[in-house]
Every structure is written in C-alpha cells, then in structure tokens.
Design a protein around this ligand. Structure first.
Ligand code: FES
Length: 350
C-alpha cells in the first residue's frame, strides 16, 4: 500500500528534478496497454517535478540477473503534467524491459537520469506534422499529442501508427480521445499481420499522406522502418531540416574504425580508482572502458542520452555527440566517452 500524501491533491510549487544526476523515482501505478506493453507512472521520490519537452526520454537503471544496466525510455505523458511521468515499455525476451515488467510494481523505487534527447517539436518546429511510428515508437508521439491537448496548441498532424495487429496497437482509446480534443489530428492505424493487411511501404505511406512534402516529418521505430521512412521522405521532397527521427533500437551501433598497427595508443586514467588502460585514437573511449572490464554507466552508446557523461581532468578528445551533452557542460570539461576518441592521454573523473 502506498501512503497518500494529501499535498498530491493540491497544486504546490515543486522544485525541478535534477536533470544532470541520478535520482530516485517511485512507481505509483502500472497498467497494461497491450498483452506485452505496459505503462508505468513514476514520480520523483523527493517530490520534485520532471521538466521535459515532448519527445524527450529518461534513462533508467535496471537490476537484472547479469547486473545493473541502463536503458532509455521515452516519456509518453504530457509535458504539461505537474509531477510524474509515464513510460510505456514493450516486454522483449531476455532484455532489461522484461525485468522492468517483472519488478517495477507500485511502491518500487528506480534510479533515473534525465530527461534527455532532442526529438520533438522543440527541435523540429513546424506548422504541420506527419508523425510516423511503428510499435512502441508511438510513445514520443503520444507525449506530443497529449502536450498539445493539455496546452491548447492548435495542432495540424497526421499520425500513422504501424503495428502487427489491432491488439498490439498502443493507446488507441487515448488517441481516439485526442482526435476529439485536437480537431486537426488525423489518426491512421496500419496493421501488418491482419488478414488483407498492407505492407508499410513507402508507396503506402505516400498514398496515406499525399502532402508529405509540406509537413515536418517525425519518425520513431526500429532502424529498418526508419530507413524506409527516411528514404520515402527524401523521395517525396521533404527537406532534410524537416525530417527528424529517433530509435532506441541500438542493434546497429555506429561502426568502429578498426585500429591498425600504426594507430597511436593513448593512456586513459581513471583518477579516482587509479586504473589505467590503453585506448587507440580511433576507438571510442567507452568501448575501451568496457574492453578493460571497468564500470562506467552507459545506455545509448550514441551520444544521445547523457548517461556516460564524465568530467575530463586533462587531455584532448574528438567528440561527435547527438544531443546528450550541452555546450556549457562541454565548456566545463565534460565529455561523452561513448562518442569520444582520445587525441592525447586523458584523465577522467572515474
Ligand atoms: S551512453 Fe548515451 S550518451 Fe553515452
């Protein structure tokens, strides 16, 4: 039984959940969306408010039998919400998501980091949107729609939601309600495994959204799906600056450059533990950390989530991130080891 705080019924000013350090969330409620997708309502243990933009994600620290892992989950709830967030998670066999489904029950605590990411209308402003999602890729779209409805934003959007069948379609009743609250929203569900189903090809998507070139296109789903939508958008004439995508399918991480015998090796020193290991100039520091068997929290390994953010005491790196670190943090000396290669010997605050 979770104790009810009477203040939860009122409107009180809440301080901001610390976005740059791990802090504890409490699971307040859990409900099933589909047979293998579950939504978790999480609120900061310290009573703070998670300030986020529609489309951002949180990184959660999950205990598994193989140890602690960090994973990114999009916030599905409205950015206008006062306190907690909802994350909507598909159970995948053998993955951390299965442990979340099994262990994150009302009253349980979980460490979280964020919010992070720059997927959504704040980074891709537009007058008209095409939101194209496959499976649980609909979750950032849900945050956008719920935020628009809560804030009275006049939204002109087409949501194409692709799922294997109707029982796998997430939040359909919520979306039906949102189409009433947002008169400019059209919802087009596409099933791929029902009798007579159509394949979600670029021809199909182009026929569903004939004015695609006039819209800002935001896409979220598995990598092959996004590659298809990206090509379709390009062929339809969508400018590059009007196309955004996000995926937490990290099955195809950025290819490493294989070091040769001539590639210089740099020493990486963990200042606190005193550990020292070698990292080739062409190798991401996080990869070298893992190869050395040393602990360093990480999740996306693509410079998106900020989980691996680490203070660099000395040395030079080359870093190409994807929104996981702010310029002021770089100016203060922080790096993302997952997307940083050493140019000199370096010392990290680990
Ligand atoms: S692990 Fe996500 S930014 Fe490094």
């Amino acid at each position: 039984m979770i104790a009810v705080d009477p203040a939860d019924w009122g409107s009180r000013r809440r301080r901001r959940f610390p976005p740059e350090k791990w802090a504890s969330l409490i699971c307040k409620a859990v409900w099933d969306e589909t047979p293998d997708v579950r939504t978790f309502l999480l609120t900061p243990e310290d009573g703070s408010r998670i300030e986020h933009d529609a489309g951002q994600f949180m990184t959660l620290r999950i205990a598994t039998p193989d140890g602690i892992v960090e994973r990114c989950y999009t916030i599905a709830s409205s950015a206008a919400r006062d306190a907690g967030i909802e994350i909507t998670v598909k159970r995948q066999a053998g993955a951390a998501s299965g442990h979340l489904h099994d262990s994150l029950i009302p009253g349980a605590r979980i460490e979280a980091f964020g919010p992070s990411g720059r997927f959504g209308p704040v980074s891709w402003p537009g007058a008209r949107y095409a939101l194209i999602a496959a499976g649980s890729g609909v979750t950032p779209m849900l945050s956008m729609l719920r935020t628009a409805a809560d804030r009275g934003i006049v939204l002109d959007a087409v949501l194409v939601q692709v799922s294997p069948d109707h029982t796998d379609m997430i939040a359909t009743q919520d979306i039906a309600l949102l189409t009433r609250r947002l008169p400019g929203l059209a919802h087009i569900p596409v099933t791929t495994r029902t009798p007579g189903a159509l394949r979600p090809t670029s021809d199909l998507l182009t026929s569903l959204i004939p004015d695609l070139a006039d819209r800002t296109v935001l896409c979220c789903g598995p990598q092959p799906f996004m590659a298809m939508v990206r090509a379709m958008a390009r062929d339809a004439g969508v400018p590059q600056e009007s196309y955004g995508e996000e995926s937490f399918d990290f099955s195809s991480p950025e290819a490493e450059i294989t070091p040769t015998a001539d590639t210089p090796l740099r020493n990486v020193t963990f200042a606190r533990s005193g550990k020292v290991f070698a990292c080739a100039e062409t190798t991401m520091i996080l990869a070298a950390v893992k190869a050395a068997g040393l602990p360093l929290p990480s999740s996306c390994a693509r410079g998106m989530c900020g989980t691996c953010k680490t203070f660099k005491h000395s040395g030079e790196v080359t870093m190409a991130h994807d929104g996981g670190i702010r310029q002021r943090e770089i100016d203060r000396g922080f790096i993302l080891p997952c997307v940083s290669r050493p140019l000199t010997d370096i010392v990290l605050d680990c």
